[in-house]
Write a protein that binds this ligand. Structure first.
Ligand code: 5GP
Length: 204
């Protein structure tokens, strides 16, 4: 019998460096599988279908939704996003650790379905730094920037819904913290006892 993989959910407002952190984490850990989400948003330059997202039109997305193909889904900034169910379940059953990088609405749907999942919240070092990072994105109007800033603060208010907070002031430190959490969670008695009791052939 194999120990089931760990399901990890990462959220955090835009401007926290979440995407870069996830990339770094995956590069250092070949035992973590990233779930590729489906979305109805248009690809950005350089994004590849099946790598960054599965890009679908609204009808295709709704059809999959009706067939129960998503573990969770949410509307973010006017587009639909969803986590493909089959991939995540297969990987977990094979003992692989799976990472979902999704918003808080989706994260709370996962919380209900997977009591054993671990929820990580990425937080920027300070209010000033958050503002600076949002401004550095460049393309937004001042009004849009204020909106992003407000919604970032709204999201931080929901911190208590998560299990761990990852301060992203240094990418190596933040990645190391996530790796430690993964190790500790996999070693927890609650998560691993069935595996050990079976291995030694002892039953309670
Ligand atoms: P972006 O369009 O910038 O790639 O992502 C926008 C937001 O959608 C981010 O907060 C990201 O975490 C979230 N997101 C990406 N994929 C999913 C998903 O499958 N489900 C949910 N609920 N949110 C997602």
């Amino acid at each position: 019998m194999k120990q089931k993989g760990l399901l990890m959910v990462i959220s955090g407002p835009s401007g926290t460096g979440k995407g870069t952190l996830v990339k770094h984490l995956l590069k250092r850990n070949n035992k973590i599988q990233l779930s590729v989400s489906a979305t109805t948003r248009k690809p950005r330059p350089g994004e590849v279908d099946g790598v960054n997202y599965f890009f679908l039109n609204k009808n295709e997305f709704e059809e999959k939704l009706t067939h129960g193909e998503f573990l969770e889904h949410a509307e973010v900034y006017g587009n639909y996003y969803g986590t493909p169910k089959a991939f995540v379940e297969n990987q977990l059953n094979r003992g692989h650790n799976v990472l979902l990088e999704i918003d808080i609405v989706g994260a709370m749907q996962i919380r209900k379905k997977f009591k054993e999942a671990v929820f990580l919240f990425i937080i920027p070092p300070s209010l000033e730094e958050l503002q600076r990072r949002i401004e550095n994105r460049g393309t937004e109007t001042p009004e849009q920037m204020t909106k992003r800033m407000d919604s970032a603060l709204e999201e931080i208010r929901e911190l208590e819904q998560y299990d761990y907070v990852i301060l992203n002031d240094d990418i190596d430190k933040a990645t190391g913290l996530i790796e430690s959490i993964v190790k500790a969670e996999l070693a927890s008695v609650e998560r691993s006892q069935h595996y050990w009791l079976d291995l030694f052939g002892v039953r309670r």
